[in-house]
Design a protein around this ligand. Structure first.
Ligand code: EPU
Length: 428
């Protein structure tokens, strides 16, 4: 096991290049099996969630070839195994996309209920409702989602909640269904559009992705393609918040600035300056941080996956900020870690009241989930003294080369074996 050790208090300067989007990659890779052909996917992020989904496809009989560091080819022509056990899905939320992809191609699958970060009950009732409305029988038996259909037939599906996963999963199941499927109250996140563009590159007919209504006209079959995944909105946002929280001047490269508007708006309110270029944003902050209120919402609102990172910034801003979480029931579990570092945060249900303090102090903290882990890194970077972050396997799920990227900005951050950490802490 490994930890991160961070010596805080440095401003950040330089450039960081953002990797491919995790939440697009974990949908596009399983979606590739819909083609019964060879699919080449570029700009794949090197993160453990992607390694896991590739391993699952490999176990199912797909032939995966690494073309270069960020490009893979998936040949699913001989894929036969449509049963995915819990051992493979337990650490991984997005394994639910295998249900839509396998149901779409084989009209049958058995996939263990997904695992992943816990921040409240994470039901998949809207996914199941969508599959059933397309004509599948879906049963959850001994923790396995068993879905079967003689044929899938397009219909109109209204989502009771705005769900990224259910919107994508229904798209996957519908591209090879007969006739027209209409998803109403669809999620609009950038990766929804990316998945739709990928499906269309394979010959699907998906329109309206990025709006509330997505129309999918079923086609007979899909073919192979070459597709490049969009940059990761949340990784970009994490470096933007880190730059604003630490102070300094950072160019975040390989981004789509449009995807970052809600984050930029809040950082400007908090005292940072942002300049947008075609495919980069520059974040500078030399004056004091101000309080600001933030409410998370589905896209184009402020992303819930940026909420913990923003909480860290606000914890050292002048004044009291209100942070309101409207997507997940229980996404403030990391707050206890921050208060141990000296933050003054009161949580009441889905609200956090953050009274800015002068400084945070380095202590030993845990990454309680992926984005909370990213927040702990930012907290360590601004804290006085040394911060040790445990359970960094969560961070590795979604951030490629995080140590190297922060080091290149001048941060003092190291990844070390736990035994080494304990020695260092005891010594110092
Ligand atoms: N919901 C339901 N029923 C469903 C599906 C969702 O009630 O069938 C509820 C959820 O409980 C939640 C809300 O709807 O309250 C939104 O959930 P959504 O389905 O949009 O979340 P998800 O697809 O499971 C994805 C990202 C999450 C991100 C959310 C919201 C992936 C693999 N995960 O999860 O990302 O927080 O959308 O934007 O795409 C992360 O990257 O750290 C992460 C957790």
């Amino acid at each position: 096991m490994e930890n991160f050790i961070i010596k805080g208090g440095r401003e950040l300067f330089g450039e960081v290049s953002v990797s491919g989007a995790k939440n697009a990659a974990v949908a596009i890779i399983p979606a590739a099996v819909l083609a019964n052909d060879i699919v080449r996917i570029e700009n794949i992020p090197k993160i453990s969630d992607v390694s896991l989904i590739i391993k699952i496809l490999d176990c199912m009989g797909a032939v995966i070839k690494m073309v270069n560091a960020d490009t893979i080819e998936i040949d699913s022509r001989n894929l036969r195994n449509i049963s995915v056990p819990y051992e493979l899905t337990s650490h991984f939320r997005a394994s639910y996309y295998l249900i839509g992809a396998l149901l779409g191609r084989f009209k049958s699958c058995e996939v263990a209920m997904p695992g992943g970060c816990y921040f409240g009950v994470r039901p998949i009732d809207q996914h199941i409702k969508g599959f059933e409305m397309l004509g599948a029988d879906v049963n959850v038996v001994n923790g396995m989602v068993c879905a079967k259909a003689e044929k899938l037939v397009g219909t109109s599906i209204y989502m009771d909640v705005v769900s990224v996963g259910a919107t994508i999963n229904v798209m996957l199941a519908a591209v090879l269904a007969r006739g027209l499927t209409v998803i109403e109250n669809a999620a609009k996140e950038p990766h929804i559009v990316d998945v739709a563009n990928f499906l269309n590159s394979m010959g699907a007919d998906v329109r309206g992705a990025g709006t509330d209504v997505i129309k999918i006209r079923g086609v007979e079959k899909l073919h192979g393609c070459t597709y490049s995944i969009i940059p990761d909105q949340i990784e970009a946002g994490t470096y933007m918040v880190a730059a604003a929280a630490c102070g300094g001047d950072v160019l975040v490269k390989n981004v789509i600035p449009k995807h970052l508007e809600s984050i930029s708006a809040k950082l400007i309110e908090a005292g940072a300056e942002i300049i947008e270029y075609d495919d980069a944003v520059r974040v500078t902050r030399f004056k004091e941080l101000n309080k600001c209120n933030v409410k998370t919402m589905p896209h184009p609102g402020f992303p819930t996956d940026m909420q913990p990172q923003m909480a860290v910034l606000l914890s050292v801003a002048k004044g009291t900020s209100i942070l309101s979480e409207s997507v997940w029931d229980n996404r403030f579990q990391y707050v206890g870690q921050l208060t141990r570092m000296g933050a003054d945060i009161q949580v009441d249900g889905k609200l956090a009241v953050i009274a800015g303090v002068d400084e945070l102090t380095g202590v030993k903290v845990k990454a309680t989930d992926l984005r909370a882990g990213a927040a702990m890194i930012i907290a360590g970077l601004i804290a006085r003294g040394e911060t040790v972050i445990e359970d960094i396997q969560y961070i590795d799920r979604g951030y490629e080369d995080v140590v190297q990227k922060f080091e290149a900005l001048g941060a003092d951050i190291k990844r070390i074996e736990i035994a080494e950490t304990e020695e260092a802490v005891n010594a110092g």
